[in-house]
Design a protein around this ligand. Structure first.
Ligand code: IPE
Ligand code: IPE
Ligand code: MG
Length: 241
C-alpha cells in the first residue's frame, strides 16, 4: 500500500462486536471477548508503525455493568490477564500506558495493577496507549465539574477567566490530545458515551467488521478515510480564503 500522508495523531477506537462475532460461531459471548482482547496488542503495534502516536480503546463503559454478572466477571478477568501481560510488553515496545475512567468501582487488585503499569511505563516514549475502563463521557465531565467546583471553593479558580482548556485539564484525558479519528467496529453509528467532550471535532469512521476480525487492512482503510477528510473545525477550507 502507498504511504499514507496525514496520519492522525490520536486514534480512538470503540471495540464493538465481540458478542456478535461469537454468536456467528455458535460460541458464548465470552469467547468473543477473549478473541477481541487478543488482537489489541497487534493493532497497537500496527498503528504505531503507521505513525499514530496516541491510541485510546474503549474496553468497558459505565453502562456495561448492566450486563450479566458472569459476562462482567469474564471481561474483568481478561483485563487482569491483559494488564499483567502489558507490564512486560510495555517494557519491550516502549509503550506508555494510561487508564481513563472511574477506578473506585474496579476490584482493588485491578486498581493496583493499573497504578503499577502507569508508574512503570511513565517514561516510555513509544505509543501512548490509553485504556478506557469503567469510562463514560458524561461521568468524565461530571467528575471534572466536581473537582473544579472544589477548587473554586478553595479559591483556586477565577470563574470569569475559566476557559475550555482550563476545564479540559480536569478531565481524565488531561495529558492527551483530542482524538483526530474515531473508529467504531460492528456498524453502529453512535458514540455510546465515549469521550463526549474530546470527540467534538473528530472524524468518524464506522466499519461493519466485528472487532475480533479487525486487522491491518481494516486499519489502513480507516487511515485512508481520515487522510481524505477535509477538516475545517468550523472554519473554511484554507485554499478558499
Ligand atoms: C464490545 O463487544 C465489548 C464490550 C462492550 C465490553 P460487545 O460485547 O458489545 O459485542 P456486541 O455488540 O454484543 O456484538
Ligand atoms: C460500547 O459498546 C462500549 C465498549 C465498546 C466498551 P456497547 O456495545 O456497550 O455499546 P452499545 O450498547 O451498543 O451502545
Ligand atoms: Mg456492543
Amino acid at each position: 500500500m502507498a504511504e499514507v500522508k496525514n496520519v492522525p495523531l490520536h486514534v480512538a477506537i470503540i471495540m464493538d462486536g465481540n458478542g456478535r462475532w461469537a454468536k456467528k460461531r455458535f460460541l458464548p459471548r465470552t469467547a468473543g471477548h477473549a478473541a477481541g482482547s487478543k488482537i489489541v496488542e497487534n493493532i497497537c503495534e500496527l498503528a504505531f508503525n503507521k505513525g499514530v502516536k496516541y491510541l485510546t480503546v474503549y474496553a468497558f463503559s459505565t453502562e456495561n455493568w448492566k450486563r450479566p454478572d458472569s459476562e462482567v466477571k469474564t471481561i474483568m478477568n481478561l483485563l487482569r490477564e491483559y494488564l499483567k501481560d502489558c507490564i512486560k510488553k510495555s517494557t519491550k515496545n516502549n509503550m506508555r500506558i494510561r487508564v481513563i475512567g472511574e477506578r473506585s468501582r474496579l476490584d482493588e487488585d485491578i486498581q493496583n495493577q493499573i497504578k503499577e503499569l502507569e508508574e512503570a511505563s511513565k517514561n516510555n516514549t513509544g505509543l501512548n496507549f490509553t485504556v478506557a475502563l469503567n469510562y463514560g463521557g458524561r461521568d468524565d465531565i461530571l467528575r471534572a465539574a466536581r473537582k473544579a467546583a472544589h477548587d473554586y471553593k478553595d479559591g483556586k479558580i477565577d470563574i470569569d477567566a475559566f476557559e475550555e482548556k482550563d476545564f479540559a485539564a480536569y478531565l481524565d484525558t488531561k495529558d492527551i490530545p483530542d482524538p483526530d479519528l474515531l473508529i467504531r467496529t460492528s456498524g453502529e453509528f453512535r458514540i455510546s458515551n465515549y469521550m463526549m467532550w474530546q470527540l467534538a471535532y473528530s472524524e468518524i469512521y464506522v466499519t461493519d467488521v466485528l472487532w475480533p476480525d479487525f486487522n491491518e487492512a481494516e486499519l489502513d482503510k480507516a487511515l485512508a478515510y481520515f487522510a481524505a477528510r477535509d477538516r475545517r473545525f468550523g472554519g473554511i477550507k484554507t485554499d478558499n480564503k
